[in-house]
Design a protein around this ligand. Structure first.
Ligand code: 5AD
Ligand code: FES
Length: 429
């Protein structure tokens, strides 16, 4: 039985998390139990922003998302493009369409492209390596992220060798029972973790993540996710609220909340100040100022849609997804305004994870494992890996200017920002 903490006790936990970068399971339980305490979120977010600022300054990175196929062989219960959804109108972009999206994106200031799709066997290694090579040749100054689901280690290696830098694969839930309840038989958490482990070993900058408020998710499940992330030490973590899709088995389920999502963003930022943390489209869908709230809680990445307008409504993972009508240029300008409104600045940069890739222990990929001692990190610079010593519980890399100079910008004082009030007013889930 977890006692509801006093504000002082909960604030002490925030301080401890900032100091030690981790809490025990019981402490996380108390912190999560106290999340509605007046004043606690303001405290957490203020510390999270300070942690982000120490590593990334005021920079917000953009990733141009190209959703190039909505064919998927998987059947996740929550997802609108699951294979059993006969109402999904399927599409694939051609190599030329993908390259046109990248060219448009580069002109708009994007320096990272994310090729995302369902698990579509049409895009075999040969086709993908050809596309990756063409993007790389056309835009040698841009990073290329893949988000294509579960593949073999050999396939990940082929795509890495073809020029991909990063890979996003949300683990979805590190709690085995909860994972099973979100997926039909044949979908395996063990295999997902194998994939993440392979991706990291190969040398990708890796992103995992999960939905917040998915059916059956408890605080214990979320804490399993936090422990898993601590073990894996990814470079990116994508979290967003679960939002039901009308043509899935979860159509009638409650959506996840923006307040819990941003609370978790704050926790993740304190667990690892160097993380790349997107304020996701799902967060912007569940609340009109969700992405701003995410940025104010410690997020530092936005992933606007670069897909051709004609296909955007077909990549409906959940109902009412925003930004499915805008031109890319409109979306870009809109985001810049939103970022400036919270005192941050969009930078034209690849936006690599500051400092290093860190090696994680072999145990990282056993479900819900407790955190193991953190070994020395592996640093990747100019395609070289080398180990550097790391002080216990203080894995903050040296500030390295991983981005082009940030345009001069004078942020409004945090306490006077009208958004502070807006965020604390988000209804509690
Ligand atoms: N609500 C919110 N997020 C979803 N995703 C899939 N379906 C939904 C949904 N209904 C997320 C999953 C997946 C990512 C691409 O989108 O976490 O990994
Ligand atoms: Fe699994 Fe879409 S069917 S994420």
């Amino acid at each position: 039985m977890i006692a509801f903490p006093s504000l002082n006790a909960a604030a002490d936990l925030v301080e401890k998390l900032e100091r030690e970068r981790m809490l025990s399971r019981g402490e996380f339980k108390s912190l999560l139990a106290g999340r509605t305490l007046p004043g606690l979120t303001a405290r957490l977010f203020e510390r999270a922003r300070a942690a982000r600022r120490a590593v990334y300054g005021d920079a917000v990175y953009l990733r141009g998302l190209i959703e190039f196929t909505n064919y998927c062989r998987k059947d996740c219960f929550y997802c609108g493009i699951r294979k059993s959804n006969a109402r999904a109108e399927r599409y694939r972009l051609s190599r030329e369409q993908i390259l046109a999206c990248c060219a448009q994106g580069r002109a708009l200031g994007f320096r990272t492209f994310v090729l995302q799709g369902g698990e579509d066997p049409y895009f075999n290694d040969r086709r993908l390596a050809d596309i990756i090579g063409a993007v790389r040749a056309a835009h040698p100054d841009c990073a290329l992220t893949l988000s294509l689901g579960e593949r073999s280690r050999a396939s990940y290696q082929t795509l890495f060798d073809a020029g991909a830098d990063r890979y996003l694969l949300r683990h979805e839930s590190a709690a085995p029972g909860h994972y099973r309840s979100l997926h039909p038989a044949g979908h395996s958490l063990r295999n997902r973790m194998r994939c993440l482990s392979d991706l990291r070993d190969i040398g990708y900058q890796v992103g995992c993540g999960f939905m917040v408020g998915s059916p059956g998710q408890t605080d214990d499940c979320l804490i399993d996710d936090l422990f898993f992330i601590k073990d894996l030490q990814p470079q990116m973590v994508g979290i967003g609220p679960f939002i039901p899709h009308k043509d899935t088995p979860f159509a009638g389920e409650q959506p996840g909340g923006a307040p819990l999502t941003v609370f978790l963003l704050g926790i993740l930022r304190l667990m690892d100040p160097a993380l790349l943390l997107p304020a996701t489209t799902a967060l912007g869908t569940i609340h009109p100022q969700g992405r701003e709230a995410g940025l104010r809680a410690g997020a530092n990445v936005l992933m606007p849609n670069l897909s051709p307008v004609a296909v955007r409504k077909k990549y409906m993972l959940y109902d009412d997804k925003i930004c499915t009508g805008d031109e890319a240029a409109e979306c870009r300008a809109c985001l810049e305004r939103r970022v400036n409104a919270v005192g941050l600045a969009v930078v034209v940069s690849r936006g690599d994870c500051a400092g290093f890739l860190r090696a994680a222990p072999a145990s990282a990929c056993s479900p819900a494992s407790e955190p193991a001692p953190i070994p020395g990190p592996v640093v990747r610079r100019q395609d070289q890996f080398f180990s550097v010593p790391i002080p216990a519980f203080n894995p903050i890399p040296e500030l390295s200017p991983a981005f082009e100079p940030i345009p001069a910008f004078v942020p409004a004082p945090i306490s006077e920002s009208p958004l502070t009030a807006k965020i604390t007013e988000l209804p509690h889930a």
